[in-house]
Design a protein around this ligand. Structure first.
Ligand code: NAP
Length: 294
């Protein structure tokens, strides 16, 4: 891909620290190239004390939009002129969109997960969901459960207090969704089967691929579907245990892809066609080191 840059080329960028291993430039530059949009995307590693200057500088330089990653997803909120509802409910921003007054904050992680579920043909409506984890991505996942009208949400986390905070916030946000916080090893207290599990801990992430947050096969026998937000390895131990117990499984690659597509669509004000998304997914698999065809 030869990038043509001239005086009309727009810039989008990632703010984070570290940023060396991000896949965002690969995705966004690919989308811009495929759609013939004069846009270049780069990654900026920023010091915490300079975040506000970076955002203000972006505004002055005419930067069209930013992605924001660890560790700035919360702290960037004080640099913004507005917040979209999802970002406010989740308490984290991963996308900044330029407006006349300044940058507006969005969260497209939840949109990425919602689109992943749609493409995997997994509906949360009226279902009991078990969410593993209570970190940043778990907040996005819990928000999706509320938006998609899950009936009941179990939040299991190593640190129970964090699960309690998330459960309370989600129950306030979505009063009709029953929310229940447990420690990870208290999964036996759940009475239901036919569960949909969303795995949002970092357990099992490459290169530590031989572990899962719960390893008892009896847990997996309760599942109808299991989604791991991890995308490397392609099949985590969590997914393998779920598949062995007969559950439908999906990894987090589509979440990564669709959160980027949603951000790109916000910046350029147009939809990315499914054929382009599909080619972007092939490119992404190669970048991550997967086989081209699953
Ligand atoms: P985070 O905010 O740091 O949260 C980490 C979560 O993992 C917490 O719930 C933490 O529990 C739990 N955890 C960590 N080590 C554990 C252990 N040894 N045993 C049990 N639980 C453990 O991270 P995050 O940003 O939410 O990311 C979570 C996962 O999502 C990561 O695997 C990341 O790769 C993946 N992710 C995917 C995408 C995507 O687009 N697909 C995007 C971002 C992240 P405590 O609260 O007890 O510490």
């Amino acid at each position: 891909m030869a990038i043509h840059i001239d005086g009309k080329t727009k810039l989008c960028a990632l703010l984070g620290n570290p940023v060396e291993h991000t896949l965002s430039p690969a995705i966004h530059n690919f989308l811009a190239d495929q759609l013939g949009i004069p846009l270049v995307y780069v990654a900026f590693g920023v010091e915490r004390a300079e975040l506000e200057d970076a955002v203000r500088g972006g505004l002055a330089l005419g930067i069209l939009g930013f992605n924001v990653t660890v560790p700035f997803k919360q702290s960037v909120m004080s640099c913004l002129t507005g917040l979209e509802d999802g970002a406010r409910a989740i308490g984290a921003v991963n996308t900044l969109v330029r407006s006349d007054q300044g940058f507006c904050g969005y969260n497209t992680d939840w949109i990425g997960l919602k689109r992943l579920l749609f493409h995997a043909d997994i509906s949360l409506q009226g279902r009991t969901v078990v969410l593993l984890g209570a970190g940043g991505e778990a907040w996005a996942a819990a928000y999706v459960c509320g938006c998609e009208k899950a009936e009941k949400l179990y939040i299991l986390n190593r640190t129970r207090e964090k699960a309690v905070v998330l459960a309370e916030r989600m129950h306030t946000q979505f009063p009709s969704m029953e929310c229940c916080a447990l420690e990870m090893n208290e999964w036996t207290k759940m009475e239901e089967s036919g569960l949909i599990a969303l795995q949002a801990t970092s357990v099992g992430l490459w290169p530590h691929t031989d572990c899962a947050p719960i390893e008892d096969v009896k847990f997996y026998q309760r599942l109808d579907a299991a989604v791991d937000m991890i995308y490397k390895p392609e099949e985590t131990l969590f997914m393998r245990l779920a598949a062995d117990a007969g559950a439908k499984t999906a990894n987090g690659l589509n979440m990564l892809l669709y959160q980027a597509v949603a951000a790109f669509e916000l910046w350029v004000g147009r939809k990315v066609e499914p054929s382009v998304v599909s080619r972007a997914k092939d490119m992404l698999k190669q970048e991550i080191g997967f086989q081209r065809n699953e």
